[in-house]
Design a protein around this ligand. Structure first.
Ligand SMILES: Nc1ncnc2c1ncn2[C@@H]1O[C@H](COP(=O)(O)OP(=O)(O)OP(=O)(O)O)[C@@H](O)[C@H]1O
Length: 229
């Protein structure tokens, strides 16, 4: 469905701590994402998990290497507040996002009441997003992506925000989508969520894939690596 082949990603950095001002974030990363699977990406803070999702979503081009997506397939990055036009209402943002993800205006309008109901934003749905809390933005972003149709859903930590009740509801809805043949790439620091939702896990560190495969085994190796020896 999607493949990264020998992907390198460098950022130019003003910090002197990196090699000649270049920060090598991804260093020869290759993997395949298969249709209908839920792939988890784990690793310490700052190792490049979000960067990988942004490359898969075509938001960021790799410094070198190839990203191949099956023709006609859409991928959408689900993250807090990304792409929200803050002067527009929740309703208009939901409409825009659904259309950007490939829905016609009519189809997108058809999703709006469902988005309002699931997100539990009430009258705030008609308010500008600049007045939203981060929890409210994530409810809007999560719900819009959940209810519109994308072939590959790229989920960045979004299930870890919001109150406990909404989080449980979001996790249940995500599970249903996964069961219903949605292809998902899921970045999370929650072992429990990754184990509950993912078929396969990739662990990255130092720009490389350090482990790949069964969630229990890869998470256990990752946790072991964090313990002081
Ligand atoms: N636009 C940018 N310009 C320069 N450096 C960047 C940029 N975006 C990310 N980085 C750096 O690249 C590295 C990887 O960032 P990334 O957000 O992908 O990490 P992450 O694994 O998702 O982290 P976390 O678990 O904390 O969310 C970090 O060191 C970060 O500071």
């Amino acid at each position: 469905m999607l493949e990264l082949q020998n992907v390198f990603l460098n950022f130019h950095s003003s910090k002197g701590t990196f090699d000649s001002g270049v920060h090598h974030v991804l260093d020869d990363v290759s993997f395949k994402l298969y249709e209908n699977e839920t792939l988890g990406i784990i690793g310490r803070n700052g190792v490049g998990k979000t960067t990988m999702l942004r490359i898969m979503a075509d938001i960021l081009a790799p410094t070198s290497g190839v990203v191949r997506k099956r023709p006609g397939k859409t991928a959408s990055l689900l993250t807090i507040g990304l792409g929200h036009k803050v002067d527009l209402s929740g309703r208009d943002n939901a409409l825009l996002s659904a259309m950007l993800q490939g829905a016609s205006r009519e189809e997108a309008e058809g999703f709006l009441e469902e988005i309002k109901e699931f997100s539990e934003l009430g009258d705030s749905f008609e308010e500008p997003v600049k007045n939203y809390s981060s929890g409210m933005k994530s409810r809007l972003g999560f719900t819009t992506a959940l209810l519109s149709r994308v072939d590959i859903l790229l989920v960045d930590e979004i299930l870890s925000v919001g109150d406990a009740e909404f989080r449980a509801k979001a996790e249940r809805a995500m599970k249903e989508r996964i069961m219903g043949n949605q292809t998902v790439v899921f970045v999370s620091h929650s072992d429990q969520q990754v184990k509950a939702l993912c078929d396969r896990v990739i662990w990255i560190d130092g720009g490389k894939i350090c482990g790949e495969g069964n969630p229990d085994e890869v998470i256990s190796a990752y946790r072991k690596s964090l313990r002081p020896s």
